[in-house]
Every structure is written in structure tokens, then in C-alpha cells.
Design a protein around this ligand. Sequence first.
Ligand SMILES: NC(=O)c1ccc[n+]([C@@H]2O[C@H](COP(=O)([O-])OP(=O)(O)OC[C@H]3O[C@@H](n4cnc5c(N)ncnc54)[C@H](OP(=O)(O)O)[C@@H]3O)[C@@H](O)[C@H]2O)c1
Length: 332
Amino acid sequence: MRTWRVHELGEPVDVLTLEDVPSPSPGPGEVRLDVAAAALNFPDILMCRGEYQVKPPLPFTPGSEVAGTVTAIGEGVDTVGMGERVLGIPKFGDGGLADETLAAAATVYPVPATLDWPAAAALHITYQTGYLALHRRAALRSGETLLVHAGAGGVGSAAIQLGRAAGARVFATAGGPEKVQVCRDLGAELAVDYRRDDFVAAVKDATDGAGADVIYDPVGGDVFDRSRKCVAFEGRILIIGFTGGRIADAPTNHALVKNYSVVGVHWGLYNLMEPQLIRETHDELIRLHAAGEISPLVSEALPLEEAPAALARLASRATHGKIVCVTGSAAA
Ligand SMILES: NC(=O)c1ccc[n+]([C@@H]2O[C@H](COP(=O)([O-])OP(=O)(O)OC[C@H]3O[C@@H](n4cnc5c(N)ncnc54)[C@H](OP(=O)(O)O)[C@@H]3O)[C@@H](O)[C@H]2O)c1
């Protein structure tokens, strides 16, 4: 089977090599998946560069979410059956950018036949993160205003849809007119090109000066600094990521004076601390999808061979929504 591997750290296009390796065998508690679709995520780039918070030993295969069919079952697994359609998280370091991968049985979830493979692969990390961030961490209420930064991106596009599904008024920012239009198409009432216009003024204008109740921030740096200027009384700023490259400092006196909260979100930790919550959230996401309230924005479905070039485009902000690599019959 084919797998993309990193032997030394660097930019994905420079360090990923496509190799032929034997089909992996599942250990106790694991399943083998025939990968039909693997969704790309910003952390795949950070992992190749050696900049991700958790560093797999070399060589490793990136790819942190897949959808596919169970083709082998390890000892002690009784929660999932042979031939079942599932999505989930591959074993860390033996990731999903491959024809086959391994996953802990506890981290795979059933996928109904109504969900095609690319959409299934794209329904996990970004939607789980968005759902738990908005509902569990920020307690977003219907009628509140939600500002989503980098709204045309992977986590951003999911957050816009989930905010709408929760009954919020959704605003978004994005870089450039095409991405701004993507945010509008996803349901954002207000979309600001934050490379050109001041989102602080736009949010204040749209809320009669009150500001946004919840701010979803995958960018950090200057975007976080500016967000503090337009967060509402008792607002919540959700720290999702740092694609801008700088980790901002949060001045605690400002949080005190304006009565707002800076709320950390680390979705992966729920897999360890509260795995049942991930399963319940998965069921709710499947329900929301079936009800037509959310639908992953898969902008590109590409052959596995094109993964490094696609990661380069993701790193350079040239993409929107989710890019998914498809293999096997899903690629036909
Ligand atoms: N906290 C969690 O549990 C969790 C879970 C999943 C992902 N994340 C994090 O969420 C972030 C987004 O991940 P993603 O896979 O969904 O990526 P993405 O949003 O699809 O792509 C990143 C976007 O960030 C924006 N951006 C702003 N400054 C940038 C810069 N200097 N370089 C590149 N992009 C920049 C770009 O949008 P514009 O051009 O519109 O600015 C770009 O499209 C990552 O930091 C990831 O680690 C966190």
C-alpha cells in the first residue's frame, strides 16, 4: 500500500515521500481502515515542519482524520465490525495520508450511507471542535452574535454553519473578496475582508456598539488583539489556533475591565478526558447533517498523490473550506 512519509522536517512539498509499505496489522484495541478519504488540516503542515505541539518520531505519516471501511480487527475489539463505514482519527504518526491506516477502535464512529466519503472525512475534527467550542466552552445562546475569524477556512466554515444551526447571528472575517463571498454563502450575515477593512468597526456598527458575544479565533496574533476591542460585555473569546504565526498575550486587566472571558479550546484533550462526549457530539453532528443544517464545504477532492501540493496551498492561504484526498473506489 502507498503512504506519504516524512523522514526529515521541513515544508510538506520538500519532505513528503510516497512509499510502498506492507499493509499494517492492527494491535490490541485497534482496527485497520481501507482509507476512502483523508481530510487535510493545518496541523498536518505544522507536523511536517516540526512546529506542532505534539511531535511524532521520524519517520511519520501525517493525516489526522479519515473516513473508510474496516478491513481488520485487533484483539479485544467488539465495538465495531468488519466492513463497517466509519470516520475517525488514525493512530498518531501512522496517519491517514495512505491507502490504509490503523486507528484505535475507541476513536472511530459510524458513518451512514447518506454521507459520501469526502464529506464524512471532513465532518470530524473541525465540526467537533466547533461544536464543543461553541456549546460546551462558550455556552452560545440562540440570538447571540458570533464572530468567526478565517471564516472561509476549515474550522471557520464549520463554525459559521454551527453558529447558524445554534440560532446565532453570525459575522465572519476572511482574507480577500472570494473568501468573503464564501463566508456569505455559508450563511454569515456580515463578512469583512480583514486584510482591507477594520472588522472592529464593522462588528460595532452591526451591533449598535455592543460587540460580539462570542468570537471564534483560529488566527491569533493581531486578530486576537483586535478582537478584544469588539467583544461584548460578558463575551467569550475562543482560542482555537494560531495560523497567523504569533501567539498573542491576553492582558488580564482588560478582561477584568470589560467583563469578558478568554476561553481555551483543545478538542483533542476531550478524547482523553471525556471520550463519551466526542461520541455524543458525533451523533449530534450526524443528526444536524441529516437535517440539512450543516454540510462540510469540500472545495477540492484530489488523488492521494497531490497531497503535498495541496498542503502547500493550504499553508499559503490559497484554499477555502476543506481539501480531501480520495483513494480507491472513492477516487474513481
Ligand atoms: N483548538 C483545537 O482543538 C483545534 C482543532 C482543529 C484545528 N485547530 C487549529 O485551527 C487552525 C485552523 O486550522 P484549519 O485546518 O481549519 O486551517 P484553515 O482555517 O483551513 O486555514 C488557515 C486559515 O487561516 C488564515 N490565516 C491567517 N493568517 C494566516 C497565515 N499567516 N498563514 C496561513 N493562514 C493564515 C487563512 O484564512 P484567511 O486567508 O481568510 O485569513 C487560512 O485560510 C489551526 O491553527 C489549527 O491548528 C485547533
